[in-house]
Design a protein around this ligand. Sequence first.
Ligand SMILES: Nc1ncnc2c1ncn2[C@@H]1O[C@H](COP(=O)(O)OP(=O)(O)OP(=O)(O)O)[C@@H](O)[C@H]1O
Ligand SMILES: [Mg+2]
Length: 212
Amino acid sequence: MRHIMVMNAKGGCGKSTLATNIASYFADAGYGVALADYDPQRSSIDWLERRPSNRPAIAGLEAYKDGLRHAPRGADILVIDAPARSHGKELTDLVRHAETIVVPVLPSTIDMQASDRFIKELKAVGKIDRKEAKIGVVANRVREYTLIFEELDEYLTSARVPYIAALREAQNYIRAYTRGLGIFELPEYLAWPDWEQWEPLTRWLRSVRSQP
Ligand SMILES: Nc1ncnc2c1ncn2[C@@H]1O[C@H](COP(=O)(O)OP(=O)(O)OP(=O)(O)O)[C@@H](O)[C@H]1O
Ligand SMILES: [Mg+2]
């Protein structure tokens, strides 16, 4: 089973949004998918409870209560939604469960500063330093042609971590979450710009570049 974790110590940067969308992307592609929520806020579990029964099923794990013990044996991919404020030993323990780590970062000075510290801490974790887990960063809630997005883009380009994709700020993400869907499960005429922006992220996740 492959483990893809979405994490950033900074709150509100899009961890649950990315985790639910990655899970539904792989479920739609025919993989057996489980979604583990390490956050007692349960955003990913709440999303799963909203998921219509006619969509490819995703197993939910309340990992904040009992870890990954109940992970279904048959699952191909386990997507893990990590909680905010993970540092130190908690961070190292979480990283132990992942081979691929996706780090969303918002275009805001506060978020970029906090994420810079987080990325440095993450890169110092032994498993990542030894390249037994791969990190990729994703700019999230981006508004093109804004100064702050230019700053984020420059920062991520120079941060010496793979900069995988930039996702725009869009109501589609809120719409999809509310309906228990992923962005790929919205109608094409609404979501095609988001599908295009996700392409480099899904390509990276499918490639060996995101795996140790
Ligand atoms: N690309 C986007 N466009 C529009 N809204 C977004 C986007 N990404 C996330 N959001 C919204 O931003 C808010 C925070 O996102 P989300 O809950 O995914 O972040 P989080 O990192 O999981 O937060 P927390 O640290 O509280 O767990 C939510 O209201 C979500 O719907
Ligand atoms: Mg969350």
